[in-house]
Design a protein around this ligand. Structure first.
Ligand SMILES: Nc1ncnc2c1ncn2[C@@H]1O[C@H](COP(=O)(O)OP(=O)(O)O)[C@@H](O)[C@H]1O
Ligand SMILES: [Mg+2]
Length: 221
């Protein structure tokens, strides 16, 4: 089982701008891969395509043996909800909900809130937020909010975690905490991680680095 991308091309606009150029790669289950490259090199676009959030212009993406373009709308929603976790540069909390209810958001879709509550609490405890579960997002620091976002990404126990510059908006210390959490998720739970990062130190901590330049892979491993 793995993520297999074959001859991915992506263009935007008219006239089309060719943003990803014939990208093929495989990410094996349990790997921790850093995706690096300059701003505008196509990292986020590639991550969205590998994680089913966007479609390639040509080429295929298989996740866990499924060609994601062939799934129905309902199948892809369920698959994303159950197997994929997402973290972005901003935490995107719902301001009106408590921390624990934010973490439980993904469980609502298929009515698993009560089943997942203890796991949500356990994640927040592990991430040093046991005492802050009933607070609201505005009462947390940026680093704490990002830890809540990671707990939310993990509450359904996904096989894959996709993170687009998860430390990008954080100070060094909070960034290190978030990075350590992501490393531990990969090491302990065997969650496959694809993380876009600007930070060469963080990239080195991943098991493999895929480097993009101008929409093409220039080094892979
Ligand atoms: N939705 C879009 N429409 C048009 N152009 C886009 C869109 N998304 C990304 N691009 C362009 O594709 C290129 C790669 O963007 P992106 O994947 O966000 O790069 P990175 O994440 O490496 O900074 C950039 O030139 C960007 O302007
Ligand atoms: Mg980006």
């Amino acid at each position: 089982m793995s993520i297999i991308a074959t001859n991915i091309n992506k263009s935007f606009g008219d006239p089309p701008v060719h943003v990803l150029k014939d990208i093929s790669l495989e990410i094996k289950d349990g790997e921790f891969v850093a995706l690096t490259g300059r701003s505008g090199s196509g990292k986020s676009t590639l991550m969205y395509i590998l994680s089913s959030l966007d479609n390639p212009s040509t080429g295929t993406v298989e996740i866990s043996g499924k060609d994601i373009a062939k799934l129905s709308e309902e199948e892809i929603h369920r698959f994303r909800n159950e197997e994929l976790g997402f973290v972005f540069q901003a935490a995107y909390m719902i301001a009106e909900l408590s921390v624990i209810d934010n973490v439980l958001m993904p469980t609502m879709k298929f009515d698993q809130k009560e089943k997942r509550r203890s796991s949500a609490e356990h994640l927040l405890d592990e991430f040093g937020l046991k005492d802050k579960m009933k607070r609201f997002p505005r009462q947390l620091s940026g680093g704490e909010q990002q830890r809540v976002a990671i707990a939310r990404a993990l509450v359904m126990d996904p096989k894959y975690l996709f993170a687009d510059e998860p430390t990008g908006a954080l100070d060094t210390e909070s960034g290190d905490v978030v990075m350590n959490i992501i490393k531990e998720i990969n090491a302990k739970s065997k969650t496959t991680v694809l993380m876009v990062t600007h930070d060469p130190d963080f990239a080195r901590e991943a098991g493999r680095e895929i480097h993009l330049a101008d929409g093409a892979i220039i080094s892979n491993g």
